[in-house]
Structures are given as C-alpha cells and as structure tokens.
Ligand binder design. Structure first.
Ligand code: B3K
Ligand code: ZN
Length: 844
C-alpha cells in the first residue's frame, strides 16, 4: 500500500463553483448523477484531472455535454478536459445494501445513511475527495422514504423527492444524506442576531422519548458558542439523526450531524449519568465543529488536529461550565493517561500532526484529539485568556472559508501576541510524552526548583528537541497555607531553574497544577508529603493527584515487594472521603484507584515487567482493605448521599450517586452483595440499576440479576450493549475470554453492529488482566474475531487492534503469544489496508 506524505502536498488543479447531485435511491442499485462546474485553479501547477472513485460502477460521463471515456484506475479516473471552465457530468451506480464497512452510502435498519469523513465520498461518486476542494452543493433525493435529508437549507419538496441547498462551500467529507421512515423531536433556536433556526433530532419510531436531553444540550451549545466564541449558527435548519450502525461516536456534516444512537438517545431509565454527560459533550463537540472544522476546515488530513484538537478543547471548556471544572479536568487527565500516554509511549506513537500515513482513518487517535486539545490548552496558558480570545477572533476573521493549516493557526497567535511560537510548534511535530524531572533546594529563604526535560525516542524519531513547557506551580507553607499562589513557569531550556525568595520556611511545592502540560512529572516525594498535599493543596487537580500518587506508590510496593496495603494511603483516603465540605463527585474520584493500565505503565516506565495478574491481585487486596477500614464510613456515605429528588442527570445529583455507589462498591465486598441486590431491585434509573448489577457481579452473586436484566431490556439495543459489556468487564481474569466467547454465541450478538461488537470484544480488551491472562486465551479470542470482522468492517477492526499495542511491556511468554496472534492476523489473505497498517506498526 502507498504511503502519503505531508511534504508532498500540492493543491488540486481545479476549483469547483457548484456541485449538483441527484440520488435515485434503491437498496441495491442507487444511482448518483453528478453535475459539477470546474474551473482551473490559478494556484496550482498541476492540471491533471483525476477524480477519486471506489466501488462505483460508471454508467456514463460527459464533459460540457459531450460523452467522454475516462481512463479508469484502481481508485479513480482520469480524463482529458478543456483548458477553461467546464461541466463534468457522470452517472454511477452503487450498492448501499452491501456496504458493511459503513463508509460512503450504506443502510442501517432499512434507513439510508452516509459517512464520508475521511475519504468515504469517493464511494458515492467520482470527485476530488480532498478537504481543500470546497464547493456549494445542491442535492436532489428521489425515494419513497418519509424523510429525505441532506446538508444546508431545504428547497422544493414533493411526492417522492426533496431538494437541499447548502450555500456554504464545503469539502466532500462533510456531505451527508439520510433517508428513512424517521420521526422528529422538533425545537427552535433564536440566534443572537435574531435569526430563527429550526432544530430537529430524527430517530426511529419508538425513540422519540429519548431526544429531549440531546435537544437541550444542543441549544446550550449554540448559546455557549455565541457567548464565549462569538460564533453564530449560519443556516435556517440544524438536523441531528440517530443511527444504530456507526463506526464512531458522531459526525459533524454541515447542518446534518449524524450520531451513533448511543451518543444521542437518552432517558433516565436507559442511560447512566456517564452516558448523559458524554452525550452532552458529543452534541457540543459536533455542533462546535460548525466553525472549527466546517467554516474553517483542514487543508489536508495531516492537519486533522487543527479541527479536532481545537474542538475537543472547546467541548471541554463547555463541559467545565455546564458541570464541575475540576471534576472534568481530573476525568480528562485520567483518560489522557490511559489512552494517549499509552499510545505515545508505544509502537503507535505519532506526532499530533503526523507526517505520513497509509490509511488516514487510523489517525483519528487519542494523540490527534486529546493531546491536540492539550496543546491548545497550553497555548492558552502561555499567552493568557485575553490574548487567546484575540488570536482566535483573528483566526475566524482571517480564515473563514479556508482550508487551513497548523501554520495558519500558530500565525494568528504570533500576530495577535507578538510571540515567537517556533519552539511551541515542536509539540505538533514531535511524538512522545516528555519527562520533566524536578528537584528542589531551600537556602536562606530562597526556594529553587530545578527542572530537566527529556523525551524518549519514538518510532521514526530518535532525537527530540527541547520544548516550551508551561508549569503551573504554587507553594504551601508547612501549616498548609498557600504562600505563593499559582504562577506559570515557562520552561524553554533542557534544564532550567526557578527561584522563589522571601520564604520564612521551606515550602511544600505543588507542581504542574491543573495538569498544565501533558508530561510525566518525575519527583522524589514521600508518603508524608503526599498525604499533606492530598489534605491541603488548594489546586483540586493536584489534590487529587497527590492521593493518586499515594495510592500508586503503595500499590507498586505491593506488586513489586509483596508489601501489604499502605496505612498512610488508607488513612488519607478515609479523611478525604469523610470530609463533607468537599464535592461528592471529587470524593468519588479520589476514592477510585489507579487502573491496571496505569499501574502497568508505571511499572514499565520504572524498568520493570508488569505482571497483569499481580496488578489485579494488588488492586483487589487494596480495595478489600479499604472496604474493611471504611466500613462504617461507607455505610454512612451510602445513606447520606441517596438522592430523594426525581432523577436529573445534572452534576450535583450524579456526584451524589457516584459517591454513594463508590460506598456501595466497598460495602458489597463485605455483605456478599445484599445491599447491591436491594438497590438493583428498587432502582428507577439506569445509573442505580447498573451500579447494583456491577456490584452483584463483583460479589459473585449476579446470575439472577443478569437474567432479569436481559428480560427487562431485551427490546432496547443500547441497554443490551451494556448487558454484554458489563458481564465481560466484570469477569474474573481467568473467565474473561470465555465469557466474551460465550456471549458471541448469544442470538443478540452480531458482527454487523459496531456497538455490539465493541460491547463484547472491546470489553474483553478492557478487562486488562483477563485479556492478558497467561493462557493467551484473551489474545486468541480477540484475534479470531478481528480476523472475522476485517472483511466486513476494516475501520472498526483496525481501531480495535490497538488492544495489542502494549505488547512489548510484557514477559517473553506473553510477547510470544501476542506476536503469534499479530502474525496470524497479518497472514490473512486480502487483509484490509486499515488493519495491515495498524498491525504492521504494532508489530514493529
Ligand atoms: N470528525 C468525526 C470523526 C470522523 C472519523 C472518520 N474515521 C467526528 C468528530 O471528531 O467529531
Ligand atoms: Zn471532532
């Protein structure tokens, strides 16, 4: 397969004035007639008329009304065209019913649906399918379906057809079409400048009752983008459609966002607090793309982080306002470490702006998205809030309607602030998580922090340059007062020291407050200091971080040296859990232990070989000790934080439920699940029901509830996904592979629905000790299913291969077993380009 390089970018030889598309829908034989007005691009040297096209049957083609016979190639066609403006016309036939890859036009439960990003439009018609070719679209859909939707504003509609006009020039990846017997949840929104916008969430009949929350989230997002970024919506209508078969979460098609139904449908009975929060964030994310992604798009796919990093950052800002800022930040950092640090320190490490790829769909990664968002956050920290706003305003002013680059993005910051961002740009270009080592000195009232940074080599990048790192620091006096409030130290050298003078005594430093940079901080500390910060730090992130470090150090000692549970940790955690002045959601987070993944990373970093079973055992032992020690407190917390008010998915109620359910987790370790059973039996919402079920499974007493749950929810596919995944995730390590394998035989299991596939096999990969069980069964079961899925759905298969990315951390026996599975996958005839690239990179 061909590798594409950023350095080879050249503009397309033509520009497009207008695209007309007519769709004659048919499940197996859809006809697409295109009429496209081209003219030559004055900025391009190359005038080669190549149109992408895959899996299309060309019926006819014309240039300026005269029949032509293009030269057909593997992934497109070439044609001689005149040296002036001209009209290209073509008719193609496609088969949406046979499209199991869920890319291009496909069918889901009898409904037509599209997914074009990144390169799916070429499966719909011949077109320059690249993001820097932007054009207005006019679309006519002919079909018997009740609802016929495309991008933009509605035009003429009649019996069996509908027309849509999208005046905003857009790249083909933002094209969308939906047709089906759908019903809507309607609403309206008045923009700041007084324009009236029609809003709809379109769903399958029966799901109407699950749209209200998503609609409120949409309106809140629209208002927030006006208030905070000054961005108004720009069409007369905004449609959201829920579809069951979808490769990812959602897609920001202009005026017609398409959502995985799991990321938009919500009701208290069927969705957890976590689901509600996620839905709110994804609705916001896709909506925010209207400006950061659609009005200003990417020049090429290497610039993906331009829209994704910025939009993730914007949705995080939104969530921080809608909910609790510290809780959101802590959750994001947990996620960043679990997914992005893991990626950045393994065989799939790549820069936030990659320099080459084989299949772009393999680069919708935690690095591009989440590290990309961290870079925006750092930039804002470095320049300050006011300059950030000024620069972003300039970005919209200067680049509206453009297909832009990271250079464009950084330039607006340089122009708005006068800062030189050459060194900052390295964050986009260099892969790997920097290590920042810090040591301290105190003498005559002066406290000095000595920092040293380094980044280990990553595949294809041996040498790393020094980066600018914003390090937010505060100092506490030994009695817990904050003597130096938070200030941002700007580290630009490989080694750099910062001094604070006039201190009456040696302070305790709180470093990297708010997690001000995505780095690994290395610092000598001890239990006493960690417990002190856990109790006194005024920065909520670092307060949590101190507790986390305390837990981690204790666990590492248990794993490595066979130590028992650490009393310093148990005392500190109890004190925080007991403190009713603290936000319950924060306390619930603080009571959580580092994940198995987290501990494996720490052990590996320290030069060890993580044993997944030993990690699991240590976590179990510590949780059991926590349960015993906190027995009375857990009982008190459980009772105190029951929510009496009618269910609402807001931050306050969900925080209370999180704390009560953390307490339930401890209680269930001692009572065999009696209280969990009671909660399960009386729950009137999914958060409580699922928490009850998971405690019962943990206690080994879940069989009856598992059966009942299925009977109650067998008609609700999203709830049944939870049923599949919870059983696999909660299985003991020696049963996980078997549990997943048995569930694949259940009549409700299907490979064609990515949600169900992930709920079963993705869940196996999430059961860390089960997946990495010494028998190798976990590896085998996952590889078997990935091999089966690849011919149907390469995108989802390739994505799930990352379960194997940590393989080099483990002992020789496990490595050999994983290598054998990777080789078995690679040996499959006709393995997709997506999966081939992923497995080859992982194998190294
Ligand atoms: N832009 C889409 C992701 C498309 C993934 C293509 N494989 C969703 C999002 O980030 O908002
Ligand atoms: Zn996005």
């Amino acid at each position: 397969p061909q590798t594409i390089f950023l350095k080879d970018y050249t503009p397309f030889g033509f520009e497009i004035d207008m695209v007309h598309l007519t769709f004659r829908l048919h499940p197996e034989r859809t006809r697409v007639i295109s009429r496209i007005a081209f003219r030559s691009n004055p900025n391009a040297k190359d005038a080669d008329f190549f149109l992408h096209g895959e899996e299309l049957t060309l019926i006819w083609a014309k240039v300026d009304g005269a029949d032509v016979t293009p030269r057909m190639e593997d992934n497109g066609l070439r044609c001689a065209v005149p040296d002036r403006s001209f009209i290209w016309e073509a008719e193609v036939e496609i088969n949406p019913g046979a499209n199991t890859a869920l890319e291009g036009l496909y069918m889901s439960n009898g409904m037509y649906c599209t997914q074009c990003e990144a390169e799916g439009f070429r499966k719909i018609t011949y077109y320059p399918d690249r993001p820097d070719v932007m054009a207005p679209f006019e679309v006519r859909i002919e079909g018997d379906e009740k609802v016929l939707l495309s991008n933009g504003n509605p035009g003429t509609t009649g019996d069996g057809f509908a027309e849509w006009h999208d005046p905003w020039p857009k790249p083909a990846y933002l094209f969308a079409l939906v047709a089906g017997d759908l019903v809507n949840h309607p609403d309206r929104f008045e923009t700041k400048s007084g324009r009236d916008v029609e809003l709809n969430i379109w769903v399958r009949p029966g799901d109407e009752g699950k749209c209200a929350f998503g609609m409120e989230a949409l309106k809140a997002s629209m208002r927030w983008d006006e208030d905070v970024y000054g961005r108004e919506y720009d069409l007369d209508i905004f449609n959201i459609v829920a579809v069951d078969d979808f490769n990812m979460g959602a897609m920001e098609n202009k005026g017609l966002n398409i959502f995985n139904s799991s990321c938009v449908l919500a009701s208290p009975e069927t969705s957890t607090d976590g689901n509600f929060e996620r839905i709110e964030a994804i609705i916001a994310h896709e909506y925010f793309h209207n400006w950061t992604g659609n009005r200003i798009t990417c020049r090429d796919w290497f610039q993906l982080c331009l829209k994704e990093g910025l939009t993730v950052f914007r949705d995080a800002q939104f969530t921080s306002v809608m909910r609790s800022e510290p809780v959101k930040r802590i959750g994001d950092v947990i996620d960043l470490r679990a997914r992005q640090f893991r990626e950045d320190n393994g065989p799939l490490a790549h820069p936030v702006r990659p320099e080459s790829f084989v299949e772009i769909n393999n680069f919708y990664t935690a690095t591009v998205y989440e590290k990309g968002a961290e870079l925006i956050r750092m930039l804002k920290t470095l320049v300050g809030d006011a300059a950030y706003s000024k620069a972003v305003d300039l970005y919209f002013e200067r680049h509206d309607g453009d297909a832009a680059t990271i250079e464009d993005w950084l330039k607006v910051f340089e122009d708005a602030t006068g800062r030189d961002l050459t060194q900052f740009k390295r964050w986009y270009e260099q892969a790997g998580t920097p290590r920042v080592n810090v040591s301290e000195e105190y003498q005559d009232g002066t406290f000095t922090l000595h920092f040293e940074q380094s980044t280990p080599p990553t595949p294809g990048q041996d040498v790393k340059d020094t980066r600018v790192i914003p390090i937010a620091v505060g100092l506490l006096s030994p009695n817990g007062d904050e003597v130096v409030p938070t200030q941002v130290l700007e580290m630009t050298g490989a080694k750099q020291s910062f001094a604070f003078d006039g201190l009456a005594s040696r302070p305790v430093p709180s470093i990297l407050r708010g997690f001000s940079a995505p780095v690994i901080l290395e610092r000598e500390s001890d239990n006493a200091e960690r417990a002190f910060l856990f109790a006194h730090d005024t920065d909520p992130f670092n307060k949590w971080e101190a507790g986390r470090a305390l837990a981690r150090d204790g666990l590492l000692a248990m794993i490595r040296d066979g130590a028992g549970p650490d009393d310093a940790y148990l005392d500190a955690i109890e004190a925080v859990a007991r403190d009713d002045s603290l936000d319950p959601a924060f306390r619930a987070l603080a009571m959580g232990l580092p994940s198995q993944e987290d501990l494996a990373q720490s052990l590996y970093e320290a030069g060890g070989t993580p044993d997944p079973q030993a990690i699991w055992d240590a976590l179990e032992t510590l949780k059991q000790a926590q349960a015993q020690k906190m027995q009375d407190l857990a009982t008190r917390l459980y009772a105190q934080y029951q929510v009496d008010a009618p269910y609402a998915p807001n931050a306050e109620q969900s925080g209370a439920r999180a704390l009560a359910n953390a307490a339930l987790g401890l209680i269930s370790r001692l009572d065999g699940g009696a209280l969990a059973q009671k909660q399960y039996d009386t729950a009137d919402n999914m958060t409580q029901q699922l928490a009850g079920l998971s405690c019962l499974l943990k206690a080994g007493n879940g069989d009856a509830a598992v059966a009942l749950f299925y009977e109650q929810w067998k008609e609700d596919r999203l709830v049944i996904d939870k049923w599949f995944s919870l059983q696999v995730i909660m299985a003991d390590p020696d049963k996980a592979a078997q549990t997943a394998q048995t569930l694949t035989k259940h009549p409700d299991f299907t490979m064609k629905n990515p949600n169900r596939f992930r709920a079963t096999l993705g869940a196996l990969a999430m059961n860390t000790a089960g997946f990495h069980h010494a028998s190798g069964e976990g590896y085998k079961v996952l590889a078997d299913w990935l091999i089966k899925l690849d011919p149907l759905n390469p995108q989802t298969t390739a994505r799930m291969c990352s379960a194997f990315e940590t393989w080099r951390r483990f002992d020789a026996a496990r490595q050999a077993k994983i290598a054998a599975e990777l080789d078995r996958i690679l040996a499959q005839p006709n393995l997709s380009r997506d999966t081939t690239e992923m497995v080859t990179r992982i194998r190294g």
